[in-house]
Structures are given as structure tokens and as C-alpha cells.
Design a protein around this ligand. Structure first.
Ligand code: MOS
Length: 720
């Protein structure tokens, strides 16, 4: 690939989206479609003693009510693997858990039927607040290297603090939905998912049918970010309803039910001790994180260390972590799931240490550049964090920033603060298989692994196909997220572009070589379609497959059977560590009387390797910064100690940032390829986008007011 920057092409799906033409999974029409509605548990924990469906069945249009007796119990998973989520069961683990599914001729009848189902319970005591956890902390082994205790003893400057990050919920525009269609003995599921092959496997397992009989189609997702990385409990229930009723069934889950049932970011308490020597070098870090989890939740507490144990090359590190078990649905991935909370805590602590040392926080970070991943001893591939910091400081106008807080003021008394925060995120990758067909009729068809979650994966693939092939871009079709066209790996962990682009480049190169072989030295005018037409060849099709560094054929096999086949988890490869980097600069304004916080401007500079699609990469960072500022100032999922579950379970009371909350976000990229990571030099942008931005804001609040707020979200009451 050439080293020229890619052109700033518009999203290939932009016009369809703004015209409302894009079809999401629940938009696919079917004659004979039935509508479903779930019946959620209204208690926090206990057993269902009876479900009375008589009144529901009396509602005109209701055709059936599925209860636990209509769904098979989950079969045991293969040896050593956890069982799949159950469908409908009598045991209630959390408020809002679906207990029954009402199926009707219309959505209105399904809703009315669901409200008419009478459930009797034997309630049990439950705990949903972090402070009410009734069980002891369960520890998980975490990274420990060097001699953190001894180094802390010798440190001449130390800080010690506890930070908390609150629970947060995903609120994408598209609601969770499933449409299940049985035809000719095959089941097809239309659902916005980040892992169509995983969903296929889980549904087949739960319904106890051959996975070869299940297709999953997920061409467009109205927001992924981790929420759609698991198979929701209701998916197989809808498929079971379609099987029993022999008609297509669709469920669109209302947002208030989604709050109780879908993945969320857990509440976490972060205890940090940092020590620096007489030269101002960080020589010791202790980091303990304690997160909320569900009773059987498998969301790991030790992964909060992934960033802090690598970012500044601190040689003595003692990580500890644990879970407190509560009666909610399982917490799990939500954009930069570990890195955003841990960077808030760690980058706040670094700011506190820099201040204690009387150092400028940018200069202090620049002094901690490293070539080595201290946690593994491996070489770091391309690391441009210092360029991100330097370029960001310049663009922001950081020079001349007073070290003392509370010194910058506007004419009307507004307190002004400038904060910085940095971050790292894994550069991971999965294997992929792609087929590319260029036809004499002017069309091009490309099929491979990946999911379009709105992040712009199709646009990134189109950029390299258009750059590498002389084809008609208007008649290029990119098929992803569909188990019928190519094996699908889950799309998450910021590995999308790094996994989908190198294989697309290879396919374009193979196509070019195949056409040259066909031309055999002859000169034929026109683009590839014209050339094929003149040579009377209807089409050329090529297939390529690709694995990540350190992977072999067994990983391709895992891809084909729908398993996870990631390389570079936490950036770790056999011979090196590959990470994306970012620096955020935030200006904070605090109104002197109400202490209302506003953020008029942010400057973010990212090193995500090669930028394939400048337009969508920039959008990712702008969106990530908005998420981080939302988490820092507004978003908070509050639990309900009276009834269980979540109290503010809708977007009227769970406050996401709106346009009026967002100032100028100036994004730029280092755009240096990392050819250790992959042949396209891509490291990934989706999650690094928000890492460190919440800390930059909190550090700005300190600079504006002298008040160090260690809890997110930061609210007016913290500053009064
Ligand atoms: Mo992401 S939180 O790994 O979809």
C-alpha cells in the first residue's frame, strides 16, 4: 500500500442514512409477521410461583404466551465452557428479567397482552447497591511486577487516593430487537449484533438444533460499542416462538427493559498509590480496583490493569482486583470498558503526583516515555504518545498555563481550567476470509467478516478497494455481518479496521494479479469491468484468507466455526506489544455562582496507526470524547434499593450529552503505520477515542477551582 494519506471520502452509507433508507434488522418486512413483547420480573430476586396467562390470551389478537415450560432448559456446554444463558426460567436473578413472551397479531395487542399476564412470586432479599453487597470481595489475580512496596518506601514524593466511577448504560439509537423466521427447516435471525456467528452458535445450542441450520443476518447496527457483543436472553425465546407458531416473530425491546437486561459498565472503586524518586521519576504504582458484578457474572476485574501497567513504563507495579456480587444483570463491555474507568483514576492520580512535584502535567508525562512494555518486558511497536502530547499541547495553546489552580478567570468571573489526560488501548486483530468478485456487468461484490455498527467499517473497506481496483465505486457492494456470505468473527475491542482492511487490500492485490494474468500482456482499454467485457469473461472471483501475527491455520478454523480467534489481547503478541495512544486536552469553565461546568473546547490527538478512513476515524474520536464527557458530567445509572434493578431506566432520567452540551472537539491523527501489527499498519481507534478524556476534564476542574473531584460524574454539588 502507498504511504499517501487516504482521501477524506464521505461515508458510503451516509446518503441512505440521512434519507432514512438504511434498513436495520427490525425494518425487514415479512408478510404474516407476529409481534412479541416480554413480561419482565417486577421483583429483585426470588421464584415465580405461578404465571396466569388467561387474561392475556383473552386480549384480541394475542395468539400465544410463552412461559418457562415452553423453552427447553439450557444444554450443558462443551467441557469446561460455561453454559449458554437460559431462556425463560422461574428463578429470578434481577428485576426486569424476562419471564414470559406474549405473541400477537399486532404490537398493540402484544403490549396489552404482556400487561395482562399475572405473575405470582416468592420474593427473596436482594442487594443492588455497591455498599449493600452482602458477600465478601472475591479477588482475581492481577499483574504484579518489580518491587512496588519497597520502591514506594524509597519514593520521595507520594500520593494516595481513592477514585470511583459509576455504573453507566448503553443508549444507542437502535433498540435491541430480534426477528426470527423459520422456512424450509432453516432458522434465519435478523438482529443487530456484533457477533453474528456467535449468535448463530448460541441459538442453535439453546434450541438444540444443528448450527448449520441457523443463519444470522446483521448488515447494519444502530450502535454497537459492546452492548451487542452477547446474545440477549430473549433472542432464542423469539426463535422458539417462531418455531412453535410457524410464523415470523419480531420483538423490539422497549428502552426501559433494555436498562435491566443489557450489558452495562459497572460501578468501580479504584485505590491508587504512586511514588516518585528525587528525580521526579515514577518508580512505584499500587492499583487496586473493586467492581460490582452479578452473582454469576464473568466480567473480569483484573483487566482494569491493562492500560496503567503499560502506559508509563513504571517498573514496580502491584495490581490487585476483586468483585462484589450484586443482584443485577451482568455488567460487561461498554466502549473502552476497562480503559475509560481505569484511565480516569490513573490519569487523575498522575496529575495529582505531577502537581505534588510542582511539574507541568504534559511535561511530566513526556518524561515517562518508554520503549518497553514494563508488564511483559516486550518491545513496544510504534509508540507516538509523546507526539500526541506535544502536538496537542501546541494546538491547544498550552504554553504559559499557570501551574497554580484557580488563577485563570474570565471577565465575568468564570473559573477556567486546562486539563490533560492520556491513554493506551490494545491493537488487536482477528483472522478473516474474503471473497471478491469483479464482473463485466459493472458490479463488484466483496464479502468478508465484520459488522457495521455505525463506526464506518464499510467505508474503510471501500476506501482500500477503491484505491486498489479500477472499479465503479457506485456499484460496489460490501457484504458483512451475514453468516451466509462469509465466516463472521465478533467485532469489538477496536479490532474492526485492523482485521477487515488488510484482507481487503490482499483481495484487491490478488484480483489485480488475476486480471493481469488474463490480459497476458495485451493492452485493453477501460476499467476492470470494461476489460472483462472486452475479454468476454463474465467475472473474476478471488478468495483470500489472513491471520494475525503469531496465528496459524487453527485460528482460521476457529473463525469458520464461529469461535473467538483474537490476537493482541491487551496488545500482547508473541514478539511485541502493539498499542494505540491518545492525548486529550480539555478546557473547563466553571460558573462562579452555580458552579455549572461547561466544556467549550477539547483537542484530541490520536496515534491509531494508519488512518484508513479519515472521515469515520474523526467521527469515532468526536463520539468517544462526547461519551467521556457524558460519563464525566452527566451519565449515572442509579440502582433502586427498594425494588431492585435500575431507577433511572430511560433517557429522560439517564442524561446523555446533547448538542448544547458539546463544544468544539478538534481531532487530529499522527497517521504513522504500524507494520508489526498488520500489513495495513492499522492499530484501531474506536475505544482509544475516549480513554483519558474524563480524567482530562477532572484535571481541568482541579485547575479551574483547586478542587480535586475523585468521583464520576462530577456534579454541581461537588463544587459548592
Ligand atoms: Mo467493545 S466495548 O469491545 O464492543
Amino acid at each position: 500500500m502507498s504511504r499517501q494519506p487516504f482521501p477524506d471520502l464521505a461515508r458510503i452509507d451516509a446518503f441512505d442514512k440521512v434519507q432514512g433508507k438504511t434498513k436495520y434488522s427490525s425494518d425487514v418486512p415479512f408478510p404474516d409477521l407476529l409481534h412479541a413483547m416480554t413480561v419482565p420480573a417486577t421483583i429483585g430476586k426470588g421464584m415465580v410461583t405461578s404465571i396466569d396467562v388467561e387474561h392475556a390470551l383473552a386480549v384480541p389478537g394475542v395468539v400465544r404466551v410463552l412461559t418457562p415450560q415452553d423453552t427447553p432448559p439450557p444444554p450443558p456446554g462443551p467441557q469446561g465452557s460455561p453454559p449458554p444463558p437460559p431462556m425463560l426460567v422461574h428463578a429470578i436473578g434481577y428485576r426486569g428479567q424476562p419471564l414470559a413472551l406474549v405473541v400477537a397479531e399486532t404490537l398493540e395487542a402484544a403490549i396489552e397482552g404482556a400487561e395482562a399476564v399475572r405473575v405470582s412470586y416468592a420474593p427473596e432479599p436482594f442487594a443492588v447497591r455497591f455498599e449493600d453487597a452482602d458477600a465478601a470481595r472475591e479477588d482475581t489475580e492481577s499483574p504484579i511486577f518489580g518491587e512496588a512496596d519497597a520502591a514506594f518506601e524509597t519514593a520521595t514524593t507520594r500520593i494516595e487516593a481513592i477514585y470511583t466511577t459509576t455504573a453507566n448504560h448503553h443508549n444507542p439509537m437502535e433498540l435491541l430487537s430480534t426477528t426470527a423466521v423459520w422456512a424450509g427447516g432453516r432458522l434465519t435471525i435478523y438482529e443487530g449484533t456484533q457477533g453474528s456467528n456467535g449468535l448463530k452458535n448460541t441459538v442453535a445450542q439453546l434450541l438444540q438444533i444443528d448450527r448449520a441450520l441457523v443463519d444470522v443476518i446483521s448488515p447494519q447496527i444502530g450502535g454497537g460499542f459492546g452492548q451487542r457483543g452477547e446474545v440477549p436472553r430473549h433472542t432464542a425465546v423469539v426463535a422458539q416462538a417462531a418455531r412453535l407458531l410457524r410464523r415470523p416473530v419480531k420483538l423490539v425491546m422497549p428502552r426501559h427493559q433494555i436498562f435491566h437486561n443489557s450489558r452495562f459498565r459497572p460501578h468501580v472503586q479504584h485505590a491508587i498509590k504512586l511514588g516518585a524518586d528525587a528525580n521526579g521519576k515514577m518508580i512505584s504504582a499500587h492499583y487496586d480496583c473493586l467492581q460490582q458484578n452479578s452473582r454469576r457474572g464473568r466480567y473480569r476485574s483484573d483487566w482494569y490493569h491493562a492500560g496503567p501497567c503499560k502506559v508509563y513504563g513504571i517498573e514496580n507495579y502491584r495490581g490487585t482486583s476483586g468483585d462484589l456480587r450484586l443482584d443485577t444483570h451482568g455488567p460487561a463491555q461498554m466502549r473502552a470498558p476497562y480503559e475509560h474507568p481505569s484511565a480516569f483514576a490513573f490519569e487523575s492520580a498522575v496529575d495529582e503526583l505531577a502537581f505534588a512535584l510542582g511539574r507541568d502535567p504534559v511535561e511530566f508525562r513526556l518524561a515517562h516515555d518508554t520503549k518497553i512494555d514494563a508488564s511483559t518486558g516486550k518491545r513496544l511497536t510504534s509508540r507516538h504518545l509523546n507526539e500526541c502530547l506535544t502536538r496537542g499541547a501546541e494546538q491547544f495553546g498550552w504554553t504559559g498555563r499557570p501551574v497554580q489552580p484557580g488563577t485563570l478567570k474570565a471577565a465575568d468571573g468564570t473559573m477556567i481550567g486546562w486539563g490533560v489526560g492520556a491513554g493506551v488501548y490494545q491493537a488487536a486483530m482477528h483472522p478473516a476470509i474474503a471473497t471478491l468478485r469483479v464482473s463485466a456487468n459493472g458490479t463488484t461484490r466483496y464479502a468478508s467478516a465484520g459488522h457495521e455498527m455505525g463506526q464506518g467499517m464499510r467505508t474503510a473497506i471501500a476506501q482500500v478497494l477503491i484505491a486498489g481496483l479500477r472499479i465503479d465505486p457506485a456499484r460496489l457492494t460490501i457484504l458483512i455481518g451475514d453468516t451466509t456470505v462469509a465466516p463472521q468473527h465478533s467485532t469489538a475491542g477496536s479490532w474492526g479496521t485492523a482485521s477487515s482492511v488488510p484482507v481487503a487490500v490482499a483481495a484487491a492485490e490478488k484480483m489485480t494479479a488475476a486480471l493481469e494474468e488474463l490480459l497476458d500482456g495485451r493492452t485493453v482499454n477501460g476499467n476492470m469491468h470494461d476489460q472483462l467485457a472486452r475479454l468476454r469473461r463474465p467475472f473474476i472471483e478471488v478468495e483470500v484468507s489472513m491471520v494475525a501475527p503469531g496465528q496459524g491455520p487453527e485460528h482460521l478454523e476457529r473463525l469458520k466455526t464461529g469461535g473467538m480467534a483474537i490476537a493482541g489481547l491487551h496488545g500482547t503478541y508473541p514478539d511485541f506489544t502493539a498499542l494505540s495512544y491518545i492525548a486529550h486536552f480539555v478546557e473547563v469553565h466553571v460558573e462562579p455562582h452555580t458552579r455549572r461546568i461547561r466544556v467549550p473546547r477539547v483537542v484530541s490527538v490520536a496515534d491509531c496507526g494508519r488512518v484508513i478512513s479519515p472521515r469515520t476515524a474523526r467521527s469515532q474520536v468526536q463520539g468517544g470524547v462526547v461519551w467521556a464527557l457524558g460519563a464525566a458530567l452527566r451519565e449515572m445509572s442509579e440502582t433502586d434499593p427498594r425494588y431492585g434493578g435500575w431507577l433511572n431506566a430511560d433517557i429522560a432520567e439517564y442524561h446523555v450529552s446533547v448538542n448544547a452540551d458539546i463544544g468544539k472537539i478538534d481531532v487530529s491523527f499522527i497517521d504513522e503505520p504500524d507494520f508489526d501489527a498488520n500489513s495495513a499498519g492499522v492499530k484501531g481507534i474506536g475505544e482509544i477515542a475516549m480513554v483519558g478524556a474524563a480524567a482530562a476534564l477532572a484535571n481541568g476542574v482541579f485547575h479551574a477551582t483547586g478542587r480535586r473531584i475523585r468521583t464520576l460524574p462530577i456534579r454541581v454539588e461537588h463544587l459548592i
